[in-house]
Ligand binder design. Sequence first.
Ligand code: LLP
Length: 423
Amino acid sequence: MKYFNSNYFTYRNNQLFCEEVPIQKIIKKVGTPAYIYSKKFFIDRYNEFTEAFKNVNHSIFFAIKSNFNLNVIKLFSNLSAGLDVNSAGELHRALKIGINPQKLLFSGVGKTRREIEEALKNNVLMLKAESEEEIYLIDQIAHQLAKVAPLAIRVNPNVDAQTHPYISTGLAKNKFGISSDEALRIYKDAAKLKNVRPVGIDMHIGSQITSIEPYKEAVQKMADLFFEIKANGIELEHFDIGGGMGVTYNDEIPFKPKELAEAILPTLKKLNCEIMFEPGRFLSANGGILATEILYTKKNGDKNFLVVDASMTDILRPSIYGAYHHIQPIEKNGTDDIIADVVGPVCESGDFVAKDREIVKCKSGEFLAIMSAGAYSMVMSSNYNGRRRGPEIIVDKDKFFITRSRETFEHLLYDEKIINELF
Ligand code: LLP
């Protein structure tokens, strides 16, 4: 079987550790399934990214849709990151850590009137509009609030990010942004409005992008547009490249931030404005695992199954994108490998974590680590089948902290009540 190569999740005497803490020690306390994150990973990744672009005026806005744990976002914020939020719910979380709203970007293809109001009332650094209608609505709401809305327009550069179709966003056929052919006219129209001020241009071409080419192509197209806009008297202060930088889940070899910087810096420097990035996955994915217990092992015909206590409600990526996550024992015992499906308890055939996976032979009662669960895992969890969301733990050297406990059954009922008149 293959093991994930990490400096943050390592084996010592056959026991999997996160930093200096044995995973066994954590799950003894909190049970499974449980999300476990390495603080050092987040710090090192952020530093690697910002270091790569140190020669240009830039800011990093962590896309909290990838991991919105309050402590994770506070960690990034303390490292001087801003945050990219995609809804009023994410804005609420971001404000909860006491961040300066001038370090917030408000994204989203379908912002509601209420979300626009909240963003403006809280004075976020900028709203990124994705349609003409939205620009007019922002202008109208800003007028009512007697404000001028700082605006970026998300332009769709029509570039193929060469990633999974569900997470590709920069093609003309995708729902995101406005068409690059129309962008100049729309900027000129927006500049005439009284209550919006175009301050930036934005792109985000997709997620889990492992090759530099799509970025080079898109950045060049957007830079051309930036200068056209400038030639029309509109001075933009920010050029936002979005996120999307890919990571290793299986055997992908993604580019390093330094390589991306080498490829696009010459273009970026010419712009002479602030460059923004919105990485999510790059900063978080490989910094977490989902620990799970093997409930049962069985064989149906020739097929081996490991039935574990984590499911599509805890990590949805395999079910919806066929995504690959390494799965490895938390205590290495066996040596022989088998081929097995690793499946959860939910009543769906689509509820699997891995299919036909070569994995060391293990027994019920043993624990497995589903690797690279620091991004798009907890945040995509659900209560389907009446399942409670698991706890989130952050490890800092030889200490671990429970940042969020497992939900209780009462949480699942929230304010649901029996209406007597119905009976
Ligand atoms: N900015 C915008 C406007 C975005 O829509 C996204 C992600 C990001 C930044 C951050 O992208 P990242 O650096 O994390 O690739 N659930 C999928 C990923 C969906 C990404 C959506 N947008 C997955 O599990 O692979």
